[in-house]
Design a protein around this ligand. Structure first.
Ligand code: S3P
Length: 431
């Protein structure tokens, strides 16, 4: 996000009538990043359909362009990517913007190129932990200089050797970084996670012909050439989550969300909401490029609290801020545990959600690895909300505003554009 972009303060008014209608959810961010990077790794011409318009995914395209990849948008969402036989040494620092996925996945590629690169990002990204990728990459023989394990990262490209890495955290960014380093390294590189994180990298690399295997929480990859194939990207369940949450808690709602990615490593939100008593139906389930896709029907529901912990956390890590909002409207206690990594996202999402919901009168107990909310609680309006430059905080608090007793104001709402520029227009269309 550029610093000279105007700040937008958004007034959110309570939604009186309920949400009604059908929407098509925009493309998945995780899949869009991967489609771009993996297509570039074919070193050929590839087509990508339904690419995200979010700024994060365009940061990935920017990094690839700096390495000599040509990107030609045929429509606003369909593109042709032409990757040179070999990546070119960039003439400047690579800029991952606000995107953790870009810097962490690309580091696995950059570490094995025959030249040095420097990759960095915006102020928020420069505060985020990179030790989680530096440690395994260094074990593979990579040479990386950092600012106390934070970006900018100076990556001195080298021939790497394979490792069998036990990751201390369940993180798809870390896993993908190691697998991308392993893709170009002789021998078998493996990563084992404490719990399975989103497996889009495994599915898409397999779709493109990589020698990759999963055994429980362990994924192994051998050096492979990728074959160019058209990639169709499903809708983003993490974006759908805001609409699902809104429809559940705004009275008299009944909506259909079409074309949503339903990969089981991402559908924790549906399982948790169903356990809370949500009326959610999946329609027309199908498979696209190895990923499960379907439509989701959601109606307003009487919800009860639940406990979310352990293996469930990586399946809904990005949805926890909006789950906090829904928990305020559920009867009884919702307890979230084992989610300490939520403090290392675009903001400390535990502290920030607690602080912003408290401005609306919510009682929420913050714990080191999660939070406890006992509902139902009245959400007071007339609050001025800060987003801390975090797109998911902005959208979660928008949903809170929809069930408040009077309007709220959300500062710097433009940060929504990081993942979901279409958010407000789509919501307005349903209200
Ligand atoms: C992502 C993985 C998750 C998630 C992020 C996108 C990905 O991060 O929070 O929004 O595309 O791999 P971690 O892997 O760090 O948990």
């Amino acid at each position: 996000m550029t610093n000279n972009q105007a700040n937008i303060n958004k007034i959110v008014t309570p939604c009186q009538k309920g949400l009604k209608g059908t929407i098509e959810i925009p493309p998945d961010k995780s899949l869009s990043h991967r489609a771009a990077v993996f297509s570039a790794l074919t070193h050929a011409k590839c087509e990508i359909f339904n690419f995200s318009s979010g700024k994060d995914c365009h940061s990935t395209l920017g990094v690839l362009k700096a390495l000599g990849v040509e990107i030609d948008f045929k429509t606003d969402k369909n593109l042709i990517l032409k990757s040179p036989k070999e990546f070119q040494k960039p003439s400047c620092m690579l800029d991952a913007g606000n995107s953790g996925t870009t810097i962490r996945m690309m580091s696995g590629v950059l570490a094995r190129l025959p030249f040095d690169t420097v990759i960095t990002g915006d102020q928020s990204l420069q505060k985020r932990p990179m030790k989680r990728i530096i440690t395994p990459l260094e074990q593979m023989g990579a040479v990386i200089e950092s600012n106390d394990f934070k970006a900018p990262l100076t990556i001195r490209g080298k021939k790497l050797h394979p490792i069998d890495y036990a990751s201390p955290i369940a993180s798809a960014q870390v896993k993908s970084c190691i697998l991308l380093a392993g893709l170009g390294t002789e021998g078998v590189t493996s990563v084992t996670e404490p719990y399975v994180s989103r497996n889009h990298t495994e599915i898409m690399l397999d779709y493109l012909g990589a020698d990759i295997n999963t055994d429980g929480t362990k994924v192994s990859i051998s050096q492979s050439e990728l074959t160019p194939c058209p990639i169709h990207i499903a809708g983003d369940i993490s974006s759908a989550a805001f609409f699902i949450a809104a429809a559940l808690i705004v009275p008299n709602s009944d909506i259909i969300i079409k074309n949503v990615g339903l990969n089981p490593t991402r559908t924790g939100i549906l399982d948790v909401f169903k356990a809370m008593g949500a009326d959610i139906q999946i329609l027309d389930e199908r498979t696209v490029c190895g990923e499960i896709v379907g439509d989701i029907r959601v109606k307003t529901s009487d919800l009860k609290g639940t406990t979310i912990e352990g293996a469930m956390i990586p399946r809904l890590i990005d949805e926890l801020p909006v789950i906090a909002v829904v928990a305020t409207q559920a009867n009884g206690k919702t307890i979230v545990k084992d989610a300490e990594d939520l403090r290392a996202k675009e903001s400390d999402r535990i502290a920030v959600m607690a602080e912003q919901l408290r401005k609306m009168g919510v009682e929420m107990e913050e714990t080191p690895d999660g939070f406890i909310i006992e509902g139902k609680q009245n959400l007071r309006g007339s609050a001025t909300i800060d987003t801390f430059h975090d797109h998911r905080i902005a959208m979660s608090m928008y949903i809170a505003g929809m069930v408040g007793d009077s309007p709220i104001e959300i500062c710097e709402f433009e940060w929504v554009d990081i993942s979901f520029p279409e958010f407000e227009g789509m919501m307005a269309g349903l209200c």
